[in-house]
Write a protein that binds this ligand. Structure first.
Ligand code: HSE
Length: 400
């Protein structure tokens, strides 16, 4: 197949934009050129000549010589506007914007069909791990039981520093921000939103359901305390933030984002710092494990480059699982074994624990381990944000 020479119009020149620029410059012989970059801030000093830059999005969107738009800005609403217009104007698009893709997933899928263009977004989930294309191409006919992993580099970095070096939560988070791993608003990382958006994107390709992110329960690590780390260490576990999606029966799936205890015999145990890891469990391929850098300019830039390259061959997602339509239901009626660290008994009562296997009551904190229904957690989600508690999926009992 002949490769089309790509003339790229890029939006954004932050951490990922600059990373992509470096990666592209090192890929000699690749027939793609960034011809224009649209940025917002006129006062910022730039590393490359100013003639590349424009402040007017139409300089890219209305330039018929530009055949690929690469969207790498922070603002999901502005990004959606850009991507929609680019697609309407017949341009293919590559984006790394997980918030935008997750929030407008169905519409973006329909628009690709309507305008006969391609939208690729490998960098939006798991950064350098090529999980979306694998789900599309390798697992297209596989009976996928479940997928779980670490999809947020910032929280993994923070948890690694807290666990391995006893670093304070805020110091670790600041370091993750300085290294360019965190979102501009790091609550997206630490409260679990970012992992949830990525999980929703992955779910679209793994099972063909385009879930509204609001439908999916998520919980982050922002209320973790030294007691939780201490508990995990005593039991030889690490705590990781682990999104999960899996089948509950032939045509139904469930999904959630929760911190999880990981024992040392598990793949995810050694996935540290900003690395991400994904485990798939399928009928024939059995268990598979993918790992790679999940945040940072160059790692994310490498996934964007791979999409640009795929684009030059005319690659499009076919949404095979969606076309097959074998999964049609989503449920939150699902039992999870949960560790709850808490102070007030009345907080504990809200969870409706069904079976309790461990209980501890001390002066400074208490904890309980038992079975909780995901439905209940979802109902509690607003309340949970204000509670002085921390919850962790034990991942035990083969429940998930
Ligand atoms: N803030 C994100 C993370 C960046 O930490 O994983 C990559 O999506």
């Amino acid at each position: 197949m002949t490769r089309e020479k790509l003339r790229i119009g890029m939006f954004g020149y932050g951490c990922v934009g600059q990373g992509l620029h470096d990666v592209l410059n090192s890929s000699k012989g690749f027939r793609a050129e960034i011809v224009r970059i649209c940025v917002k801030d006129r006062s910022k000093a730039r590393r490359i000549p100013m003639e590349y830059f424009t402040y007017d999005k139409d300089d890219i969107l209305n330039d018929s010589s530009i055949n690929l738009v690469v969207e790498l800005i922070d603002d999901a609403d502005a990004a959606f506007d850009i991507v929609k217009t680019a697609m309407k104007n017949g341009k293919n698009v590559v984006t790394a914007n997980k918030v935008m893709v997750a929030k407008h997933f169905r519409e973006l899928v329909d628009m690709q069909e309507k305008y006969g263009v391609s939208l690729l977004y490998e960098a939006s989930a798991g950064a350098s791990i090529p999980i979306i294309r694998n789900l599309e191409e390798y697992y297209d006919n596989e009976l996928l039981y479940s997928l779980r992993g670490i999809l947020n580099g910032t929280t993994n970095y923070v948890l690694t520093l807290m666990h391995n070096q006893g670093v304070d939560y805020n110091i670790a988070l600041n370091e993750a921000r300085e290294k360019g791993f965190a979102e501009s608003d790091p609550t997206l990382d630490v409260e679990g939103w970012d992992a949830k958006y990525k999980l929703c994107i992955i779910t679209g390709h793994a099972y063909g359901l385009f879930l509204e992110p609001e439908e999916v329960f998520h919980y982050g690590i922002n209320t973790i305390s030294k007691f939780d780390i201490q508990y995990a260490k005593e039991k030889s576990f690490k705590i990781k933030l682990v999104p999960y999606v899996g089948k509950t029966n032939e045509n139904t799936i469930t999904s959630f984002v929760l911190p999880r205890f990981i024992s040392s015999d598990k793949y995810l145990y050694n996935v540290d710092n900003e690395y991400n890891g994904v485990i798939t469990e399928a009928a024939f391929a059995d268990k598979q494990f993918f790992s790679g850098k999940g945040a940072g300019g160059h790692a994310t830039g490498s996934a964007v480059l791979s999409d640009i390259s795929a684009n030059s061959y005319g690659y499009k997602y076919e949404y095979k699982k969606y076309q097959q339509g074998s999964v049609s239901n989503y449920t939150r009626d699902y039992k999870i074994e949960l560790y709850l660290r808490y102070k007030n008994e009345k907080d504990k009562e809200l969870f409706g624990f069904e079976e309790v296997s461990e209980y501890f009551s001390g002066k400074l904190y208490k904890y309980v381990i038992g079975i909780v229904n995901l439905k209940r957690l979802y109902e509690l989600r607003e309340h949970l944000r204000r509670m002085d508690v921390f919850i962790v999926n034990t991942g035990r009992k083969g429940i998930n």
